[in-house]
Design a protein around this ligand. Sequence first.
Ligand code: IMP
Ligand code: MG
Length: 183
Amino acid sequence: MSAADRREEHLKVLLRRASIERRVREIARQISRDYRGRRIHLIGVLKGACIFLSDLVRHIAGDVSIDFIAVSSYGKGKETSGQVRLNKDLDSSIAGKHVILVEDILDTGLTLSYLRRVLLQRRPGSFKIAALLDKPSRRIKKDVQADYVGFKIPNEFVVGYGLDYAERYRNLRDVCILTLPPE
Ligand code: IMP
Ligand code: MG
């Protein structure tokens, strides 16, 4: 992509880094309270959740282990393909563990619905979902909900703080609305 193309893309801040930081700390405190005395097994959904997970885990008090799983559904563009594919499985068994699945954004719910089904079959001790962002207006899988939600956001395509557009913008510290030039 040339510099000229890139200038056509427009970013507008939706969530500033300071409020993300504050909210992530609140969620971590809530999780620490809810799981007192139990070891937490955080599972990050790659790649989008890696930054949320790394900030979250540092504010959780107590015993925590981490694993990652990778799926793809969106391809390179902005629209979901509707198909979820498992690209990388977990390293260790989750049987009996207190799992919190950590995701960047809950959109149509197809990804989390798939992951919930696959992971519940492996008999964790308990299972909850933490999502930094929630776009409720886009939900197709109505029965999928996150137990911990950072922010409910409107139906806009967002990037930053781990979220990408064609693998770019994950490094932005604010969550921004991305508008593309007309085709
Ligand atoms: P779902 O399966 O439609 O719920 O989509 C979940 C996945 O789609 C997320 O893990 C993201 O990777 C991606 N996604 C959904 N909405 C956005 C967005 O606004 N920006 C960037 N990625 C998104
Ligand atoms: Mg993702």
